[in-house]
Write a protein of this length. Structure first.
Length: 380
């Protein structure tokens, strides 16, 4: 269990943590279903608040609220909410904040703080790079969403790609990405890429509580966020299973291989079954997300490795069965030879039981040797 709060973190106000978790839980129920959540395959708990360095009077982020999202397989996501004050869209600046390879950026500071905490809690050496999810909201007195996309399309794609270059994208690239919009409702754009996701909508404000310092995400952005979060968890699960199956190349017991296969099959069933086929939105998002995040490749690779483990299980079972059959044949043959030798020798050596026993043992050993030799030659 995590400390409250861990070193380097402040407590998240209780009301703020409850409000955010309740908001996300509502969307998870709608997307994943009550039964899936009751199974507690995914759990979420607040970790703490990280203060971010902010120039006086600037528009930089002030803090990040960190949550831990865990899966029953043992993988986890660190979820950080970073509210921003109202300001104009500046893709270059936002990208600088969101990239962990930029010195002293909020993302770099968070990754360092979380990696230290992760090492203390799990012994892991660092954490994977972040996957930013950017939520943008325009006030209602702005042009239509189409006009915004036309005016700021290049910046939106730059933000989606986390691209630091100041060279403009070709119009075809911008049009292609904006055409891959998963938002089903008027006034919004939802984009998903290999490195980040983005949700833009007009006429909808962030819900802020100045007392708790919490800014709740608009509800319209959360289906995409929950879908992306589930995809990232599933990618981590598939990678974990792949590592376990690679380790299974080391000879192990038949029971261990069978248990490992059952565990992987259970995970694959979740991947193909629960990764949101509940409605058109989630189906399209996860379908594209599986492709762009490399889940399809991981799934195929995992199945190939699973076939190898299945072969190992079958081979081990056949080997064990052959050994048992071999042993039973030798034992039964030896017992039969001993019985025959005992009967024959007892006729001649009626009053000498030790001699009869010696004949029985000798005949049994001789028969076992001959049967073993013949079986080995046949197996060859």
């Amino acid at each position: 269990m995590l400390a409250d709060p861990p070193l380097g973190f402040e407590p998240i106000p209780a009301g703020a943590a409850r409000a955010r978790m309740a908001q996300l839980h509502e969307i998870e129920v709608a997307l994943l279903g009550v039964e899936y959540l009751r199974s507690r395959r995914i759990t979420r708990l607040p970790v703490g608040r990280v203060r971010l360095p902010r120039p006086k009077g600037g528009s930089d982020p002030e803090h990040a609220d960190v949550f831990l999202v865990t899966h029953t397989t043992g993988v986890a996501l660190w979820e950080a909410w970073i509210p921003l004050p109202d300001q104009p869209l500046d893709a270059v600046r936002f990208v600088e904040w969101l990239r962990s390879d930029v010195t002293a950026s909020p993302a770099a500071l968070l990754q360092e703080r979380i990696a230290s905490l992760d090492a203390d809690e799990s012994g892991a050496n660092g954490v994977d790079d972040g996957f930013p999810f950017t939520i943008l909201r325009h006030p209602p007195d702005v042009p239509s969403i189409d006009a915004i996309a036309t005016q700021h399309g290049g910046e939106l794609v730059q933000l989606l790609y986390l691209d630091r270059s100041r060279l403009a994208f070709k119009p075809g690239v911008i049009d292609e990405e904006l055409a891959r919009d998963f938002c089903l409702r008027e006034g919004g754009i939802s984009l998903l890429g290999a490195r980040s996701a983005l949700d833009l909508r007009t006429g909808e404000a962030m819900v802020a509580d100045p007392d708790d310092g919490v800014v709740l995400a608009p509800r319209s952005a959360l289906p995409l966020l929950v879908s992306v979060e589930l995809l990232l968890l599933e990618r981590a699960v598939l990678r974990l299973f792949h590592r376990r199956l690679v380790d299974a190349d080391v000879p192990g017991s038949l029971a261990r291989l069978v248990d490992l296969k059952a565990e992987v099959l259970d995970g694959l069933e979740e991947y193909r079954g629960t990764v949101a086929e509940s409605n058109r939105f989630s189906s399209e998002v996860t379908g594209y997300g599986e492709q762009v995040l490399g889940l399809d490749v991981l799934y195929r690779t995992l199945n190939e490795r699973l076939d190898s483990v299945t072969f190992d299980i079958t081979t081990s079972y056949q080997r064990t069965t052959n050994v048992l059959q071999f042993s039973l044949t030798v034992v039964l043959g030896a017992l039969q030879a001993s019985s025959v030798a005992a009967v024959i020798s007892s006729v001649r050596y009626v009053h000498r039981p030790l001699v009869v026993l010696a004949w029985a043992v000798g005949a049994g050993l001789a028969a076992a040797s001959i049967i073993t030799l013949l079986l080995r030659r046949r197996l060859r």
